[in-house]
Design a protein around this ligand. Structure first.
Ligand code: SF4
Length: 226
């Protein structure tokens, strides 16, 4: 078993009462509260549902505990911390240049699909209004390695945000250990395409999704070795 360097005490539950400060536990509590605030509702479709596997929202309502395995994974925690840090920094920098910045604004839109009505909901990372009045979205994306950017599902997500938030355009900002790059998405998804994505579910939407999916252990549509 590995030993800690001299003078360093590896934290374990028996030490908590000594120091009274447990950062991991604080972060866990924060993520748990956020998760509780964003529970799924029937009849509500999130923008992310339209750019990923259509079975995941169904499974997350029916097999909630399986989804829990993801909510405090280190990559997700890291991504959230980068988001929060960059959102705060950009808000500060852009506000000083007379831009109005909305952080994680939420919007919804009624969508008719045949005889049914759905609520499309989305939460952008940032919506920036320039001094001239143009509204621009900013979506922050973290990657573990490099890839051919921008990724198709991120472009589609930005196209839907352009519709939902009435944006002139959005910028996808990628941050990885190897690259920091920005891409502009000026196209706006039409309501007809939103309706057809709701009407025609796809499971998976991309074969690589199954590799990272917490529901793969019970999923009949799983694509193995994608
Ligand atoms: S295993 Fe694949 S098809 Fe099944 S829910 Fe997950 S992503 Fe969708």
């Amino acid at each position: 078993m590995g030993r800690s360097p001299p003078g360093i005490i590896a934290s374990s539950p028996r030490f908590y009462s000594v120091s009274g400060l447990d950062i991991v536990k604080e972060l866990y509590g924060l993520f748990r509260e956020e998760r509780a605030r964003h529970q799924r509702e029937r009849g509500v479709v999130w923008v992310t549902d339209l750019v990923s596997c259509s079975l995941k929202p169904v499974f997350s309502l029916e097999y909630e505990e399986l989804a829990l395995s993801e909510f405090f994974s280190p990559p997700l925690v890291l991504g959230t911390l980068v988001h929060r840090g960059l959102e705060a920094l950009l808000s500060q920098v852009l506000a000083a240049k007379q831009y109005r910045v909305e952080v994680e604004p939420e919007r919804s839109l009624e969508v008719s699909v045949d005889d049914a009505k759905y609520t499309l909901k989305g939460r952008a990372d940032l919506v920036v209004t320039t001094p001239e009045g143009a509204r621009i979205g900013v979506e922050i994306k973290t990657l573990r390695g490099d890839a051919a950017l921008p990724l198709e599902h991120h472009v589609d997500q930005a196209r839907i945000y352009n519709l939902l938030f009435d944006l002139e355009k959005s910028y996808l900002v990628y941050i990885s250990p190897e690259r920091l790059a920005q891409y502009e998405v000026g196209d706006r998804m039409g309501l007809d395409e939103v309706a057809s994505r709701i009407r025609e579910p796809r499971a998976p939407r991309y074969t690589w999704e199954c590799r990272y999916c917490p529901f793969s252990v019970i999923c009949p549509s799983k694509v193995a070795k994608a």
